[in-house]
Design a protein around this ligand. Structure first.
Ligand code: NCD
Ligand code: ZN
Ligand code: ZN
Length: 347
């Protein structure tokens, strides 16, 4: 008898679907596995207004594979010119689930993000008042700060002051990569949570840099040293309500990853659930995968858990998955965890 694991259909609380030909090619990869996903707004140009979110959601629904049962949860990209009234109206209309904060220059397509946090005070106060979540890319952009320290410094310089000034603001620390991030999330109340990606549970910075540079492992925040990866694994597998899955699956065509100035982002939508089952099994926590991938995020966002289930089946032989996905915008490399995957995803 093969070993199986049945859990409520998982959700992805941090996903990049892009647009156009890329959207068309990558959407089925997420829609096959997940019931809902928080859709990141860092398009070019970004999804800034309620009207932008409505139009983007329509494009996603038009690209949806037939028979898919996948709900995109839209977000707005916070700029210094964002109008609190537009945000509140989009929230009231049920159009958005969160607003995303990118410090200007911190990551892919973040140039329209925030430089002066005083300029977004009005929006943050409105969000605290209406209970709308702020998703945060938590890295400082100060060139004087070492790239491996940018998350920890962001917590001290930006996140903690913003949270103190805006009581009640619901915050998700996106893709935490450090033990400092985990500790800060744990010190917060019910209004603070953190997403953890699949790839940060698997790779540390040696995987990117030792024995040759591997552009497909480069993402932001960049993977840190091993002690941090272990802290992330402990948190993800703890079952604690404040930690949940946000894959940050972020496709870029190979020619822009394998480039003198390569783009940041790992594409994990295709094999995330198989990798997670492997990781949770290694940690002796298979029984807690459902909390991390299917229950905790929905609870934080005030949504009911999925009514349907999915099954993972442990095979005797490694399961096959494509190494690359062909898209109209170029070939995209699927994240290679560096070990064979035995847990097959069955709908
Ligand atoms: C993301 C992308 O490509 O849009 N890249 C990444 O390395 N994570 C942006 C982001 O989530 O920071
Ligand atoms: Zn980010
Ligand atoms: Zn992201």
């Amino acid at each position: 008898m093969s070993q199986t694991l049945t859990l409520r259909r998982p959700d992805d609380w941090h996903l990049h679907l892009r647009d156009g030909a890329m959207l068309e090619a990558v959407l089925p990869e997420s829609a096959r596995h997940f019931g809902r996903a928080i859709i990141m707004p860092n398009l070019v140009p970004p999804v800034v207004t309620g009207a932008d979110a409505r139009a983007y959601r329509t494009r996603i629904m038009e690209a949806m594979p037939t028979g898919a049962c996948f709900t995109p949860l839209m977000t707005l990209y916070l700029t210094e010119d964002t109008d609190p009234a537009d945000v509140a109206a989009a929230h009231r209309a049920g159009l958005i689930s969160a607003v995303k904060l990118y410090p200007a220059g911190a990551t892919t397509n973040s140039h329209s993000g925030v430089r002066d946090f005083d300029k977004v005070r009005g929006v943050l106060e409105k969000m605290a008042e209406i209970g709308l979540t702020l998703c945060v890319h938590g890295e400082v952009t100060d060139p004087a700060v070492d790239i491996f320290d940018r998350e920890a410094v962001f917590i001290d310089r930006v996140l903690d002051p913003v949270r103190r000034k805006t009581p009640g603001l619901r915050v998700v620390m996106e893709h935490v990569t450090t033990s400092e991030g985990i500790a800060y999330a744990r010190a917060g109340g019910d209004d603070l949570a953190a997403t953890i990606t699949t790839h940060h549970l698997v790779i540390n910075r040696n995987h990117i840099l030792a024995g040759g540079i591997r552009p497909h492992y480069y993402c932001l925040p960049v993977a840190k040293r091993e002690t941090h990866r272990l802290a992330l694994r402990e948190a993800a597998t703890s079952g604690e309500a404040r930690f949940f899955l946000g894959t940050d699956s972020a496709p870029h065509p190979d020619h822009l990853k394998e480039h003198p100035c390569g783009c940041a982002g790992c594409f994990t939508a295709t094999n995330t659930m198989s990798i997670l089952a492997h990781v949770f099994e290694e940690e002796g926590a298979l029984d807690r995968l459902e909390r991390f991938a299917s229950l905790n995020g929905a609870a934080f966002y005030g949504l009911p858990p999925a009514e349907t289930t999915v099954t993972l089946e442990k095979r005797a032989e490694p399961c096959a998955y494509p190494a690359k996905i062909e898209t109209g915008a170029g070939t995209v490399t699927v994240f290679d965890p560096g070990f064979p995957l035995y847990w097959a995803f069955k709908d």
